[in-house]
Ligand binder design. Structure first.
Ligand SMILES: O=C(O)CCC(=O)C(=O)O
Ligand SMILES: [Fe+2]
Length: 255
């Protein structure tokens, strides 16, 4: 009888990473089901099946799913806490209308060698990939079919930390590429507001879109969301637990 070969390219929990290409008939199931398809050669392969929620409005197109079950998400969160080192010094400040402010969270970037991007007027190179980030990135690619060469990580120590309204519309991004936002830790509210309905002189009324980004979730922000819509993660004083968000992006490679 043919062997059942189950490829596990996506195990992100630290103890599971080396078990790729393991030959087994049994499989652990996290938050996702596993689909086993028998091919004509009798080879059985496994594939995770994700349940997606489509979020749409005028020029907004997002997909939301749980990428990791609780146990795996807990392990990934701990591994990130143990391995990720965040920016310090001047890189923890941003300039808004000429004035310097401390950002209300910690940040760092990782990515492919040779990439550069501009952050608050400074051109930087991302840190090199580390195994836990490779694992998460692979899982996102497996779930979405998209590839990414860069990640911006934000750490919110508690509900006081936040990010103000902005669009992810940097000129370094590959035009029309999606942004994949993975959330771990405390569940937080996340808001989208249409650019034309912001402020007192808004030209039209479009209902804001409010989401909750759960532990282990993936939010795909597809084109043209970031053309028309601003997003934010407001402060929530009652939240005491930390949260880590990773936005995987595709940056233009100029070599
Ligand atoms: O923390 C989040 O969910 C959003 C982060 C974000 O908008 C960004 O990094 O551009
Ligand atoms: Fe953003």
């Amino acid at each position: 009888m043919d062997t059942f070969v189950i490829k596990r390219p996506s195990g992100c929990a630290p103890g599971k990473r080396k078990r790729e290409d393991l030959e087994t008939k049994t499989e652990e199931i996290g938050n996702t089901e596993l689909k086993h398809d028998e091919t004509s050669r009798g080879l059985v392969q496994s594939e995770k099946v994700y349940t997606w929620r489509k979020i749409q409005s005028e020029g907004l197109d997002c997909d939301y799913s749980l990428l990791f079950g609780k146990a795996e998400a807990d392990e990934i969160f701990m591994e990130l806490e143990n391995t990720i080192t965040y920016f310090s010094g001047d890189l923890t400040k941003v300039q808004v209308f000429g004035k310097w402010h401390n950002i209300a969270r910690k940040q760092v970037t990782y990515g492919d060698a040779g990439l550069t991007y501009t952050y608050s007027g400074v051109t930087l190179s991302p840190k090199p990939w580390v195994p836990i980030l490779d694992c998460i990135r692979n899982r996102v690619s497996e779930a979405t079919g998209h590839t990414f060469n860069f990640v911006l990580i934000n750490r919110y120590k508690d509900g006081n930390d936040h990010i103000g309204e902005h669009r992810d519309d940097e000129k370094e991004l590959v035009p029309q590429s999606p942004i994949a936002s993975v959330s771990l830790g405390a569940c937080r509210d996340f808001f989208f507001r249409h650019g034309a309905s912001r402020g007192k002189k808004s030209s039209m009324h479009v209902e804001p879109v409010k989401l909750q980004l759960a532990h282990g979730s993936l939010l795909m922000m597809n084109f043209p969301t970031n053309v028309h819509w601003y997003h934010s993660l407001p402060a929530r004083k009652k939240i005491l637990a930390p949260r880590i968000n990773l936005t995987f992006r595709k940056i233009i490679c100029v070599k």
